[in-house]
Design a protein around this ligand. Structure first.
Ligand code: IPM
Ligand code: MG
Length: 384
């Protein structure tokens, strides 16, 4: 029964295995993290993306240029605007990232990126892969770092989401074996687990955190989540001063809203999909996904972005100038800290705090009843 279909599916599975095994070899031969101090010049690519993206990243760029004015004058940093990562162009070329854009991205050291539209079944766009997911894979940005802080509730969480494996690694390579049977694949490698888990522990150690928590569903997804969890406890042994524990994803989503327990979490490391889900939940507690920044870090490249969408409706209604640039500006602060400008990053965090929490002189409503993104960026610069 179904011999031809099974053979076709096996062939597709075989190709997937070849591709993933090649990736393992690439990971094995990977060097260490780039040392920005050793670069003559750091190239910062600013990639607006879609929808409200270009409008809000332009404001973030103004703020960063202001903070790095002297460095840019000395030739230590250079800003490059990268256009063309739009859904129109991606659809026209049927590419998640057009080749020319990818080549430009690879010329940069770090990237500040606006949101990009991810087509889904049934909408007006062809089924191109998410630009986000493609960029994470192409630039091997394996650590998605998402901090969530709510000081008044005692919450200070840093999520280390694995960014290149899990259900995302072969998300577009699933197989419809027959009309009735669809199969997707979840990919996990020892190297992939090790590098994200080690990054989480190293962060904990460097920032005097005392606890790292792994989140899986290893009781059910035994092979891949099992490997993640085993690797976690194996690496934890190298950090005896840090408490290591683990939770299953279902109860973890509950614990994040448990007022008695949630402030005990510090650093959380988790596979891709669980990280995607739980970081939205966590960001919502902080004030919405629009308030959260996200760092995508690899050994050679790093990309910083907002975790909200591209809000095409705001653009259709001509309201993009009223879009709130705070999330991308926050991502810009993470970028500064990542490339070694910690003092500038701290000034920016402080200004963001004044402008969005303590003083709040301007309000953003997303329409002409509130401030524009440019006015908000001015307000931030006044507070630097
Ligand atoms: C995120 C987003 C992306 C993801 C989408 C846009 C592909 O939800 O960065 O969390 O699922 O990773
Ligand atoms: Mg998400």
């Amino acid at each position: 029964m179904y011999t031809a279909q099974i053979e076709a599916a096996k062939e597709q599975f075989g190709k997937l295995l070849e591709k993933q095994l090649k990736r393992v070899e690439e990971m094995k031969s990977q060097g260490d993290f780039v040392d920005y101090k050793k670069l003559d010049k750091i190239v910062i690519g600013v990639c607006g993306g879609d929808g409200i993206g270009p409008a809000i990243t332009a404001q973030a760029q103004r703020v960063l240029e202001y903070l790095l004015k002297e460095e840019a004058a000395k030739g230590k940093v250079e800003f490059r605007t990268i256009d063309g990562l739009t859904i129109e162009r991606r659809a026209a070329e049927m590419k998640a990232i057009p080749d020319a854009v990818l080549a430009e991205l690879k010329e940069c050291d770090v990237i500040l990126k606006g949101p990009t539209t991810t087509p889904r079944k049934g909408d007006e766009w062809p089924n191109v892969e998410s630009a986000n997911v493609a960029m994470r894979k192409e630039l091997d940005l394996f650590a998605n770092v998402r901090p969530v802080r709510i000081p008044e509730l005692g919450i200070d969480w840093t999520f280390y989401r694995e960014n290149t494996e899990g259900g995302y690694a072969a998300g577009k390579e699933g197989v419809n074996v027959t009309e009735d049977l669809g199969i997707d694949f979840t990919v996990v490698t020892s190297q992939g687990c090790e590098r994200i888990i080690r990054a989480a522990f190293e962060f904990a150690k460097a920032n005097k955190k005392t606890r790292v928590t792994a989140v899986t569903k290893a009781n059910i997804i035994k092979t891949t989540d099992g490997k993640f969890l085993d690797t976690f406890y194996c690496i934890a042994k190298e950090y005896p001063e840090i408490t290591a524990d683990d939770w299953y994803i279902d109860i973890m989503t509950a614990k994040l809203v448990d007022e008695k327990r949630r402030r005990d979490f510090q650093v959380v490391v988790l596979p891709n999909l669980y990280g995607d889900i739980i970081t939205d939940e966590a960001a919502e507690l902080q004030g919405g996904v629009g308030t959260a920044g996200s760092a995508n870090i690899g050994k050679k490249y790093a990309m910083f972005e907002a975790i909200h969408g591209s809000a095409p409706r705001m653009v259709k209604e001509g309201r993009e100038i009223y879009a709130d640039p705070c999330s991308v500006i926050r991502a810009g602060a993470m970028l500064l800290s990542h490339i070694g400008y910690q003092e500038e990053a701290d000034r920016l965090y402080k200004a963001l705090d004044i402008c969005t929490v303590t003083e709040k002189k301007l309000v953003m409503t997303g329409r002409d009843t509130g401030a524009t993104g440019a006015e908000f960026a001015d307000y931030i610069m006044e507070n630097l």
